[in-house]
Design a protein around this ligand. Structure first.
Ligand SMILES: C[S@@+](CC[C@H](N)C(=O)[O-])C[C@H]1O[C@@H](n2cnc3c(N)ncnc32)[C@H](O)[C@@H]1O
Length: 351
């Protein structure tokens, strides 16, 4: 076997880049939790000691952190003044968790993946699963924070308008279920946008439902947003105008049973909105940076979640064809991709 020197250098270059990203993941979490990014965005260019004083942190650590951030392009270093600052784009993604561009939750998810590695390694051996609720809590909080950015950017401006007649129903007052709602980010965004409608979020993970209730209360929405612990295959209620499942169907133990239940409790002209991770049908077409990210998360979270209850483990890269089979097997005969983003596909399914 002969090693091609140029190919080796190219591969090692890629590895060094990835190793830099891995070492920087906890740096991002620290910058977020200690308010370093927020202070930089608020104040503008700062020396390490100025940033340390303003955030109540130690200058030596802050200086090292700033150099890591600047070397990775997560902050900008001005060698003339010795100050560091965030560009508008860096601040858009790093300094405000309510920005539609916030990526902070993704790094929190990454922390959970590292902490859960022993459990997943064991599942590789046994073939068993790991329930959603048995992951590190950073997964639950990180998921809500990361996914919320995408929902803020797209849900009411593009995804709901892409469904036939749904926006009008929501504006006039509709009955909506959000299944596998986690901390309720999507439920709360919809409830704020459509005050005449009523929303119920369901999830089988009780701590997530408790957190979702707290969030609805804080937002003053408790009168028209409820959160209940329930499984996707038998959550209560009927005559729903819209049932939505955000990034959760592929995690479930019984996706066909879930759609089948929904087909029975939707109004005859009701809609199932499925938001799933963006994927193409063929593995070869998912060999992309986004595919890489999703296959990683899928191995660590989605596949074990479904396998934990003997599910089919659709995985986060199931692709539209497989999802269409599931939806049609569940009794919803009309299936259409209504829109997509680089991270998600949105599916409209009806009776
Ligand atoms: C990736 S998270 C998405 C959470 C939320 N929809 C969001 O977008 O932030 C998947 C969620 O599905 C829930 N889940 C998985 N299987 C479920 C089932 N069979 N019934 C109800 N909830 C389920 C998990 O507890 C978790 O909260």
């Amino acid at each position: 076997m002969t090693v091609d020197h140029d190919k080796l250098m190219e591969f090692l270059g890629k590895i060094v880049n990835d190793m830099g990203a891995i070492a920087s993941a906890p740096m991002v979490v620290i910058g977020d939790k200690l308010g370093l990014y927020r202070e930089m965005a608020k104040t503008g260019p700062l020396t390490p000691s100025e940033l340390a004083v303003k955030t109540g942190t130690a200058e030596r650590y802050v200086r090292e952190w700033l150099n890591n951030q600047a070397a990775g392009g997560y902050a900008t270093y001005d060698e003339k003044t010795g100050k560091y600052y965030l560009s508008e784009e860096q601040a858009f993604c790093l300094a405000d968790e309510n920005s539609p561009g916030s990526v902070l939750g993704a790094f929190q998810i990454a922390m959970s993946l590292f902490k859960d590695e022993p459990k997943i390694r064991e599942a590789f051996r046994s073939g068993g699963g790991v329930q959603w609720g048995d992951h590190d809590p950073d997964l639950f909080e990180g998921t809500e924070r990361f996914f919320r950015s995408g929902y803020l950017a797209n849900l009411t401006s593009s995804w709901i308008p892409s469904l036939e007649g749904v926006e009008e129903k929501l504006k006039n007052g509709a009955k909506v279920a959000d299944v596998g709602c986690g901390h309720g980010a999507s439920t709360i965004i919809m409830a704020k946008a459509y005050p005449k409608s009523h929303f119920v979020g369901f999830d089988y993970h009780e701590p997530s439902i408790i957190e979702a209730r707290n969030r609805a209360k804080k937002e003053g929405l408790s009168d028209r947003v409820k959160f209940e612990v329930a499984k996707a295959t038998d959550f209560p209620g009927n005559n729903y105008d819209l049932v939505a499942i955000f990034d959760a169907l592929h995690d479930m133990s019984d996706p066909v049973g879930t759609v089948s239940h929904i087909s029975k409790i939707l109004k005859p002209d009701g809609t199932l909105m499925l938001v799933e991770p963006f994927a193409k049908d063929e593995v070869k077409d998912n060999m992309t940076p986004v595919g890489r990210l999703f296959y990683g998360a899928s191995t660590m979270v989605c596949v074990p979640c479904s396998l934990a209850s003997n599910g089919p483990a659709l995985g986060a890269q199931a692709g539209p064809k497989r999802l269409e089979q599931v939806v049609k097997a569940g009794g919803l005969k009309n299936f259409r991709i209504s829109t997509s983003t680089p991270f998600n596909i949105v599916i409209e399914a009806k009776l």
